[in-house]
Design a protein around this ligand. Structure first.
Ligand code: FMN
Length: 212
């Protein structure tokens, strides 16, 4: 228990606000949970392969144990990322909002870990298919920053938020339903205005860390 997988989505390093907020949260989490561990997965500054035709054919093979060797090779990265995810029980994702969604590296990571037969099962009965999530007992936190404002619950631009809201949907699809989102907005306003938002998110994260 208390094994944290920390996934960083920003292409920015030291300048990244979402990364810094998430790192501070995890540090506090480690300080308040004896025996807790953290493993970092970089997807913003490292290349996660986009899905290919070969990947789709291999992942959707009807009988996974009968996959030929070349198909197994096509899923090697996905298998590594899925194994890593399943080896943890806490998931922290840091990400900026990019063009109303998430940066492409984080999208690619999600594509690699939403895996038929491994993290979600599609069960066909007569003409209909139903989906059964295969990830159990995992809790997630999304730490996000945005240049604009009003993308949170009840905000004027909530419906334009395809970042953390989409992440919540995709994670729920594989069984990660316990998802919290903490955001700092207005990064594109003045530094003083953003600093207030940042400090509020920081305080919220620090308070959450002890009980999460
Ligand atoms: N902010 C928004 O509110 N909505 C957007 O759609 C949006 N798109 C962006 C696209 C790009 C390519 C960049 C560089 C920034 C964008 N921003 C947008 C601003 C970032 O979300 C904001 O600066 C964020 O704090 C950056 O996160 P980081 O410091 O962790 O890298």
């Amino acid at each position: 228990m208390n094994r944290v997988l920390l996934v960083h989505g920003s292409p920015r390093g030291g300048r990244s606000h979402s990364r810094r907020l998430a790192e501070a949260f995890v540090q506090r989490y480690l300080d308040t949970h004896a025996g807790a561990t953290v493993c970092r997965r970089e997807v913003g500054r490292a290349t996660v392969p986009a899905l290919t035709e070969a990947w789709v054919a291999a992942a959707f093979h009807p009988t996974p144990v009968a996959r030929p060797l070349h198909m197994q090779a096509d899923l090697a990265v996905s298998d590594e990322l899925v194994d890593e995810l399943l080896g943890h029980d806490r998931l922290v994702i840091s990400t900026p909002m990019y063009n109303f969604g998430v940066p492409s590296g984080l999208k690619a990571w999600v594509d690699q870990v939403v895996r038929p037969h491994r993290t979600v099962n599609a069960v066909r009965q007569n003409d209909a298919v139903t989906y059964h999530p295969l990830v159990h007992g995992m809790r997630a936190l999304i730490v996000t920053t945005r240049g604009g404002h009003g993308f949170g619950p009840g905000g004027d631009y909530e419906s334009a938020n395809h970042a953390d809201r989409w992440l919540r949907t995709a994670l729920g699809f594989i069984g990660i339903d316990d998802v919290q989102v903490i955001a700092a907005e207005r990064d594109e306003d003045s530094p003083e205005v953003f600093a207030v938002e940042y400090r509020m998110a920081e305080a919220e994260l620090q308070a959450l860390a002890g009980t999460w």
